[in-house]
Design a protein around this ligand. Structure first.
Ligand code: G3P
Length: 214
């Protein structure tokens, strides 16, 4: 399973890349707004930190406007992927960008039917938001399982990015299900690595090592 970082924070991206296991980055308008920086230079800087796919979201609400934005963002760097919301306008945009050879990440997916339509339109990635489903007493990971099965049924090549991850268990469940990608906040990446028994074990080994004749 590939790991993307779900952040627009340069420091977090650099720290995450230092782990050596990060394959890409996803941003959205809310994440970008936290950075208090000019948009295009911020995206340009992110694209230069790692070669993997960097999702950049369009904010126009009509297909024409979204395509114009997408073309502009796609020129920033070769690794830019255009994040497009799932709705009728979004489907048209995905199809158009597919014919232009521009990669897309269809976002705000909350049902398997939305995921299938996005894939049929030519989306490179679909992003089901598992945490936001759990937030309203649903089961986000069930949606991921359904999308995996549907895509397997028809050998659909669109990759599934499990998004809106809230904790390490979402990450592990995504891997058990065979999802292609998990996009996670930097705080979750740090949690994936830590285990108190590892710390205790290290402490004991180092203490016992002191007793060894050298
Ligand atoms: O990047 C989209 C998604 O991961 C957002 O997550 O936590 O705002 O639901 P969240």
């Amino acid at each position: 399973m590939k790991i993307f970082l779900d952040t627009a924070n340069i420091e977090e991206i650099k720290k995450g890349v230092d782990y050596g296991v990060v394959n890409g980055v996803t941003t959205n308008p809310s994440l970008v707004s936290k950075e208090n920086r000019e948009f295009l230079p911020l995206i340009k800087e992110i694209t230069s930190i790692l070669p993997g796919p960097i999702s950049v979201e369009v904010t126009a609400t009509d297909a024409g406007g979204m395509v114009e934005e997408a073309k502009k963002y796609a020129e920033i760097a070769d690794n830019v992927v255009i994040k497009v919301p799932i709705n009728l306008q979004g489907l048209k945009v995905i199809k158009q960008l597919y014919t232009l050879g521009i990669k897309t990440n269809c976002t705000l997916i909350f049902s398997s039917s939305q995921a299938l339509l996005a894939a049929k339109a030519g989306a490179t990635y679909v992003s089901p938001f598992v945490g936001r489903i759990d937030d309203i007493s649903g089961n986000g990971m069930d949606l991921v399982g359904d999308i995996i099965q549907i895509f397997d049924n028809y050998a659909i090549e669109t990759e599934i990015i499990v998004a809106s991850i809230r904790h390490p268990l979402h990450f592990v469940e995504a891997a058990l299900m065979g999802a292609d990608i998990a996009t996670i906040p930097f705080s979750t990446l740090a949690k994936l690595l830590n285990h108190p028994l590892t710390d205790i074990g290290m402490e004991r080994f180092l203490k016992d090592w002191q007793k060894v004749k050298k």
